[in-house]
Design a protein around this ligand. Structure first.
Ligand code: ATP
Length: 291
């Protein structure tokens, strides 16, 4: 197999809680992860240059060792002593530094692609173990669908498929550093924690209202304080028919869940008209088996 074309799906967090901090500074999280039908295209071409080359449509992304797709390719090629070369074309559609695991999902796609291309025979679990060395979200991106992520994000429990919604994604014209948001986070007795267990129950019983009602992200107040546009987008989504709306990851992307495609489309239009967002999409969810 000399060419493989892959889709690398973005995620949103239906819930994100921080429950503590480890000695090494990492935060212990409980997150409900959900893949959505917004994806980067990752095309792999095998060659005999002995190198990893990356081309991408975004001029500001690194194309060398700092790109997560490079790290993913190098990890497997070094381990398995592959001395062929590989060329990677990366078409980014997932907003960058937006709380949607864009880089992690590209890395996950490359791990799966190289495994197939070179017939390495690694199982999904074995790929996930390797993915954790690249980033805490990479194992989840290999798994996809609806899942509970614990530890630093790498301990995963598959959940039943979340009922489908029309998801409006709104990304304002700002970028947020995940590291900065976590550094600003203070957890104390006044912290309002999202109801992650209640969310899991709502997903298990396919209770769409219960899911929309329990959306919660402990990082939202941190990012929102610095970027009030996040609360404006949320308000606009809720005023325009969203069953629930939330910031994803460390932000600044906000998503709204809709039970009706027309309502979702109208809401997206209003967000654009009011210049609250730079990028927006209306997409469905992608669940495990369908990926
Ligand atoms: P998360 O939701 O996991 O916090 P994110 O969506 O906030 O991730 P990314 O889009 O993954 O953030 O990018 C964060 C940084 O990683 C960017 O500043 C970018 O320079 C770097 N990066 C390296 N490789 C990639 C890639 N393939 N795609 C996007 N960003 C990449």
């Amino acid at each position: 197999m000399d060419t493989i074309n892959l889709r690398a799906y973005a995620k949103i967090n239906l819930g994100l809680d921080v429950i503590g901090r480890l000695d090494n500074g990492y935060h212990q999280v409980r997150m409900i992860m959900q893949s959505i039908n917004l994806y980067d295209k990752v095309n792999l071409y095998r060659n005999n240059t002995g190198k990893i080359d990356i081309r991408t449509n975004l001029f500001y992304l690194p194309t060398g060792k700092d790109n997560l797709v490079y790290k993913a390719a190098a990890l497997l090629m070094d381990e398995f002593g592959i001395d062929d070369g590989i060329s990677i074309d990366l078409y980014k559609y997932i907003p960058v530094a937006a709380g949607m695991a864009g880089g992690s999902t590209d890395a996950a796609a490359v791990l799966s692609g190289i495994n197939r291309m070179f017939g390495l025979g690694l199982t999904t679990e074995e790929l996930m173990e390797r993915g954790a060395h690249i980033g805490a979200d990479v194992p989840y991106c290999i798994m996809g669908g609806t899942a509970l992520a614990e530890g630093i994000g790498e301990k995963l429990t598959r959940l039943p498929d979340c009922p489908d919604f029309y998801v409006v994604i709104g990304k304002p014209g700002i970028s947020v550093s995940t590291r900065h948001v976590y550094q600003q986070l203070r957890i104390d007795e006044n912290t309002v924690h999202p109801d992650i267990d209640g969310m899991i129950d709502a997903i298990k019983s396919a209770d769409a209202d219960g899911i929309a009602k329990r959306l919660g992200n402990v990082l939202e107040s941190v990012t929102q304080k610095e970027h009030p546009v996040i609360s404006d987008i949320k308000k606009s989504m809720l005023d325009n028919g969203a069953a629930g709306a939330l910031m994803s990851g460390s932000g600044p992307t906000v998503f709204g869940l809709f039970d009706d495609e027309v309502k979702a489309g109208k809401c997206e239009e209003i967000l654009r008209k009011n210049k609250l967002i730079r990028n927006s999409y209306v997409v469905g969810m992608i669940n495990g088996g369908r990926k």
